[in-house]
Design a binder for this molecule. Structure first.
Ligand code: C2E
Ligand code: MG
Ligand code: MG
Length: 860
C-alpha cells in the first residue's frame, strides 16, 4: 500500500447519496462499522453548500492552508470535541496547539484516503481516541488540507462489546445458534459444533431442521411461528438430534432477533445438553419412587424424630395407622402421643433408655409394647439412630418400628410349651422334674418328705381306638381338670406323656404329728382322691365312658435317694398296682422288686431272650405327591397272652431294666435285613430307626452300625436314626459326639418329636441334623390356626433356616397336608398316607401301586 501518494480530489465518491453529511447528522445515528470519515465532494469548494455541509458534519473538521499549515476553518463538531473557541485556533497550527498524538497510522484499504488513529487532547486536557482522515483539497486555487476527526470511543466500545459477546458465545457450553425468520441457520458457535457434530460451514445456510428428529418437526414449526410473531418460545425440554442421528436431551430457549428499527430479522436459540442432568434426575426419581414405595409398603413404620425424643414426631410413615390406629398426622400434632402409647409396664424402662441414648447419642434399640388405639397390645422392635450434621451436632433421630407381635407370641408360646403340655395346659415332665429337684433340695435341707404319684389311665387306649383321637384328647383334657381339682392347691399335677400323669406332693413332714398323718398316709389319701375323681364316667361325644387309673407312689427319703429313682420307683409301683388288678394304687416296695415286676419286667426280659419283637413300618412321603421317601421302623412286642404291645407300654421299662440295648441290637439287625430285601425288590427310601438313650451312648454304636450296613451291602444313607429331643438333651455333649460320628459315617440323623421337649433351639444349630420331625401332637392342632399352628410354622421355618428337612408326624387329614405344604413343609407321615404295618404289607402295597402312597390307598 502506497502511503505517500497524495490523495487526489476524488472525482466520484464511493459513498452513496444518503451518506451525505447532513442526512447522516439528522439521522443522528452512525454505523459503528463505518470506515473512516469522508466528505462528499461532489460539490465544488467555492460552493456555499460545501461549507454548510462541513458545518453540519458530526465529525470534527479542520481546514488548513497547504503553504503554512494555518488553520482556516473548524466546524461546530470540532469546537465540541476540542473545547477551543474558533477564535483560539484560526490562524494557528495543529502542532502549535498540540491537538493530537498519533496512536497508529493506517490506511483504509477500501479507498485511497489516508487514515490514522489518534488521541485528541482537548483544551481542558481530556483525551479522546479518534480516527483522523486527511485529504488534500483545492480551495479557490489554493491547495488545502482537509482533516476530519471522528470520535471513535462509542464505536470502539461497541466493537469491544461485540468482540466480548462473540467470545462469550464462542466459549459458551451451550450451543448458540441464530437463524433467519424462516429458519435458515446464520451462525453456529463452537458448542453447537460439539453438541450436534456439524461444523459451522456445514450448518450455516441450512435449515434448523437438521437438528430436529423427524417426529419433532411440528415443534419446530410452532417455535418459528412464535418467533415470527415476536414471542419468546420459552424454555422447552425436548429432544434434538446429532449429525449421526443419535438423540440428545436438550433444554431449548428461542427468542426473536430484531434490527435497529425493531423489525424481526430472525431468531437466536440457546440449546443446552441436559442428557446427564436428565439421567441423574431420572435415576433420582426412580430411586425416590423405589424408596418411597419401599418405605410405605413394608410393614415397618419409619419415623424421624426431633433430637428431644419426647417432642412430637417430625415424620411418621403412613403404616403407623395400621400398626397403632392413630393417623399419620396425629403423631406430628401430639407431642406426647408416643409416651402415652407405651405400655405402662414398659414405659419406665423405655423412657430411661431413650434418655440415656439421647445423652450418649448411642443407637436406640428396644423391644417393648405399645398400645393400639383399640387397646390391643402391639409388640414392637424400635431401632433408631442419631443423625448428625456436618459439624457433628445431633440433628434428628431416624428410626424404624417393626411389629413383632407374632414373633413375641410365638416366643411366649415356645416358652410356655417348653414347660407345659400343649393338650392339657398342665406342666410337662420337664417342669415337673425341675420342681421335683427343688422340692428334694428343700426336703433334704429341712428334713421333710416328698411324694411322687404316677398316674396311668387303664383303658384309655379303648377310647382312642373306638372313638378316635379327638375323643382321646378330650378325655385327657377332662382328666387333667379332674386331677387338678382332686389334688391340693400346693400339689403339682403334670402330664408325663400319653395317658400318664404325675403328681408331686412336697414339704411333707417325715413323721406323723398331732393331726398330721405320716407322709405315706397323705400320699395314699391323695391317690384315693385322684382315683375317685376319675370314677365318674366321662362324657365323650354324648356318650358315657368309664375310665380308671392306676397310681404308683414313691416317697423320699424312704423309697428313693434322688429324683430319678423316685420317678422310676413310682413307675414300678404303678405297674405293681396294675398287676394287682386295675383301679387302685400301690406304694413302691423294695422287697417286691423281684416278684412285683414278675409280671411286666420279667415278661419283658423273657421276650428279649426269645426276641418276641416285630417291626412295623410307616411310610414317610413327599406331601406334594405322596412319593415314598422313607420308612420308619416302629417296634411291637408280640406277647403270647396280650398280643401286640405298643412301644409306649414297655420302652421305658426296657430302658430302666437295661434290656433296651439288646432290643436295639435286634431292631438294627432286623431293619438292615428288611432294607436289603426291599432294595432287591426295587423299593428305595431311607429306613429310620428310633434310638433309646442307652443305645446312643454305647461306645461302639457307630462302628457297629457302619459294619452291619456294609455286611448287608447297604449304603450308610440307607439308614437314618431318630433321636428324641429328650434323648439328645439327656446328655447334650455326649449326644453331640455320637451324632457327629454318625454324620461322619454318612448315616442320616433326625430329631424326633420336635417341639415337645424343652430343648434350646441353639443346641440344634450345633448338632449335625438332617431332619426335624415335628411332633404329631403339634401337627394334630394346626387346624385351629391358634398358637400351635404358629409354632409349627415357626418350626418349619426354623428347620429351613438350618437347611434341615422338616417331616410332619401324625398327618391324618387332607387339610393338614395342604396347610403344611403351604408353610413349606415338604415331607410327612401319618395315617393319611399309611399306618405302621408289617413289612410284608409295605412290600405288597409297593408291588400293587408303586412308590406313591396316595391318601386313602390301602395299607394302613
Ligand atoms: P415316634 O417315633 O414318634 O413314632 C411315631 C408314633 O406315632 C408311632 O407310634 C406311630 O404309630 C404314631 N403315628 C404315626 N402316624 C400317626 C397318626 O397319623 N396319628 C397318630 N395319632 N399317631 C400316629 P408307636 O408305634 O406307638 O410308637 C410310639 C413311640 O415309641 C415312637 O414314637 C418311638 O418314640 C418309640 N419307639 C417305637 N419303636 C421304637 C424302637 O424300636 N426303639 C425305641 N427306642 N423306641 C421306639
Ligand atoms: Mg420316631
Ligand atoms: Mg415322633
Amino acid at each position: 500500500m502506497d502511503r505517500t501518494r497524495p490523495a487526489a480530489v476524488p472525482a466520484s465518491s464511493a459513498v452513496g447519496g444518503d451518506h451525505r453529511g447532513g442526512a447522516r447528522h439528522r439521522a443522528g445515528r452512525r454505523d459503528a462499522t463505518d470506515p473512516a470519515p469522508s466528505l462528499d465532494l461532489t460539490h465544488r469548494p467555492d460552493d456555499e453548500l460545501f461549507f454548510r455541509a462541513l458545518d453540519a458534519s458530526s465529525d470534527a473538521v479542520l481546514l488548513s492552508r497547504g503553504s503554512d499549515a494555518h488553520l482556516l476553518y473548524v466546524n461546530e463538531a470540532f469546537v465540541a470535541l476540542c473545547r477551543y473557541g474558533r477564535d483560539e485556533v484560526i490562524g494557528r497550527t495543529v502542532e502549535e496547539l498540540g491537538l493530537w498524538n498519533l496512536a497508529a497510522v493506517g490506511e483504509d484499504p477500501s479507498d485511497d484516503r489516508r487514515a490514522a488513529e489518534i488521541v485528541v487532547r482537548s483544551k481542558d486536557g481530556t483525551q479522546t481516541r479518534a480516527t483522523l482522515s486527511t485529504e488534500t483539497v483545492d480551495i479557490r486555487g489554493e491547495p488545502c488540507l482537509l482533516r476530519m476527526i471522528r470520535d471513535d470511543s462509542e464505536r470502539r466500545r461497541l466493537e469491544e462489546t461485540v468482540v466480548h459477546l462473540a467470545s462469550i458465545v464462542e466459549s459458551s457450553h451451550d450451543a448458540v445458534i441464530t437463524a433467519t425468520a424462516d429458519g435458515t441457520i446464520t451462525s453456529w458457535n463452537a458448542a453447537a459444533e460439539r453438541m450436534f457434530g456439524h461444523r459451522p460451514e456445514e450448518a450455516i445456510g441450512r435449515p434448523v431442521a437438521i437438528m430436529c428428529p423427524p417426529d419433532r418437526l411440528h415443534e419446530l414449526d410452532e417455535i418459528l411461528e412464535r418467533v415470527r410473531a415476536g414471542e419468546h418460545a420459552g424454555v422447552l425440554e425436548t429432544v434434538r438430534m446429532r449429525r449421526d442421528g443419535t438423540p440428545i436431551n436438550v433444554s431449548l430457549m428461542v427468542s426473536p432477533t430484531r434490527d435497529a428499527d425493531g423489525r424481526i430479522t430472525g431468531s437466536w436459540g440457546l440449546v443446552r445438553d441436559i442428557t446427564d442432568r436428565k439421567l441423574a434426575m431420572d435415576q433420582l426419581r426412580e430411586a425416590e419412587a423405589k424408596y418411597r414405595s419401599l418405605v410405605e409398603r413394608i410393614p415397618v413404620v419409619t419415623y424421624v424424630d426431633a433430637v428431644d425424643r419426647t417432642s412430637s414426631a417430625v415424620y411418621m410413615s403412613p403404616q403407623v395407622q395400621e400398626m397403632l390406629g392413630y393417623p399419620q398426622g396425629q403423631w406430628q400434632s401430639e407431642p406426647d402421643l408416643w409416651v402415652r402409647t407405651i405400655h405402662p409396664d414398659d414405659r419406665e424402662r423405655v423412657l430411661a433408655e431413650s434418655d440415656r441414648t439421647n445423652q450418649t447419642g448411642e443407637p436406640f434399640t428396644m423391644e417393648y409394647r405399645l398400645l393400639h388405639r383399640d387397646g390391643r397390645t402391639v409388640w414392637v422392635r424400635d431401632e433408631a439412630m442419631l443423625v448428625r450434621d456436618e459439624l457433628g451436632n445431633p440433628r434428628i433421630w431416624q428410626g424404624m418400628l417393626l411389629d413383632i407381635s407374632d414373633r413375641k407370641r410365638a416366643e411366649e408360646d415356645m416358652a410356655f410349651l417348653a414347660y407345659h403340655d400343649k393338650l392339657t395346659g398342665l406342666p410337662n415332665r420337664v417342669m415337673f422334674e425341675e420342681m421335683l429337684e427343688l422340692a428334694l433340695t428343700r426336703a433334704g435341707r429341712h428334713g421333710l418328705a416328698v411324694a411322687v404319684l404316677y398316674v396311668d389311665l387303664d383303658n384309655f387306649k379303648n377310647v382312642n381306638d373306638s372313638l378316635g383321637h379327638d375323643a382321646g384328647d378330650d378325655v385327657l383334657r377332662q382328666t387333667a381338670l379332674r386331677l387338678q381339682d382332686a389334688a391340693r392347691a400346693a400339689d403339682v399335677v403334670a402330664r408325663h406323656g400319653g395317658d400318664e400323669f404325675l403328681v408331686l406332693l412336697s414339704d411333707l413332714d417325715r413323721e406323723p404329728k398331732d393331726d398330721v398323718p405320716a407322709p405315706a398316709t397323705t400320699a395314699e389319701m391323695v391317690a384315693g382322691r385322684l382315683e375317685e375323681a376319675l370314677q365318674q364316667p366321662f362324657v365323650v361325644h354324648g356318650a358315657d365312658f368309664a375310665i380308671s387309673a392306676s397310681v404308683g407312689i414313691s416317697l423320699y427319703p424312704f423309697d428313693a435317694r434322688d429324683g430319678v429313682e423316685l420317678l422310676r420307683h413310682a413307675d414300678f409301683a404303678m405297674y405293681q398296682a396294675k398287676q394287682g388288678g386295675k383301679r387302685g394304687h400301690a406304694r413302691y416296695a423294695a422287697e417286691e422288686e423281684g416278684p412285683g415286676q414278675v409280671s411286666l419286667a420279667s415278661r419283658l426280659r423273657k421276650a428279649a431272650e426269645r426276641q418276641r419283637w416285630e417291626l412295623h413300618y410307616q411310610p414317610i412321603v413327599r406331601l406334594a405327591d405322596a412319593e415314598l421317601v422313607g420308612l420308619e421302623a416302629l417296634l411291637r412286642w408280640q406277647d403270647p397272652r396280650a398280643g401286640l404291645i405298643p412301644p409306649a407300654r414297655f420302652i421305658r421299662l426296657a430302658e430302666q431294666t437295661g434290656i433296651s440295648e439288646a432290643i436295639g441290637d435286634w431292631v438294627l439287625e432286623e431293619a438292615c435285613r428288611q432294607t436289603r430285601t426291599w432294595r432287591d425288590a426295587g423299593l428305595t427310601g431311607t429306613t429310620w430307626l428310633n434310638l433309646s438313650p442307652r443305645q446312643l451312648w454305647r461306645r461302639d454304636f457307630v462302628t457297629r452300625t457302619a459294619s452291619l450296613l456294609s455286611s448287608w451291602g447297604l449304603e450308610p444313607a440307607d439308614l437314618g436314626v431318630e433321636v428324641t429331643e429328650a434323648t439328645a438333651m439327656a446328655d447334650p455333649a455326649r449326644a453331640s459326639t455320637v451324632l457327629h460320628d454318625l454324620r461322619a459315617a454318612g448315616i442320616r440323623i433326625a430329631v424326633d418329636d420336635f417341639g415337645t421337649g424343652a430343648s434350646s433351639l441353639s443346641l440344634f444349630t450345633d448338632l449335625p441334623v438332617d431332619v426335624l420331625k415335628v411332633d404329631r401332637t403339634l401337627v394334630g392342632r394346626i387346624a385351629g390356626g391358634g398358637p400351635t399352628a404358629a409354632m409349627v410354622a415357626a418350626i418349619v421355618q426354623f428347620a429351613s433356616s438350618l437347611g434341615v428337612q422338616a417331616v410332619a408326624e401324625g398327618v391324618e387329614a387332607e387339610e393338614q397336608r395342604r396347610w403344611l405344604l403351604e408353610r413349606g413343609c415338604a415331607l410327612g407321615q401319618g395315617y393319611l398316607f399309611g399306618r405302621p404295618v408289617a413289612a410284608s404289607a409295605i412290600t405288597a402295597r409297593f408291588r400293587r401301586s408303586g412308590s406313591r402312597f396316595e391318601p386313602g390307598a390301602a395299607g394302613g
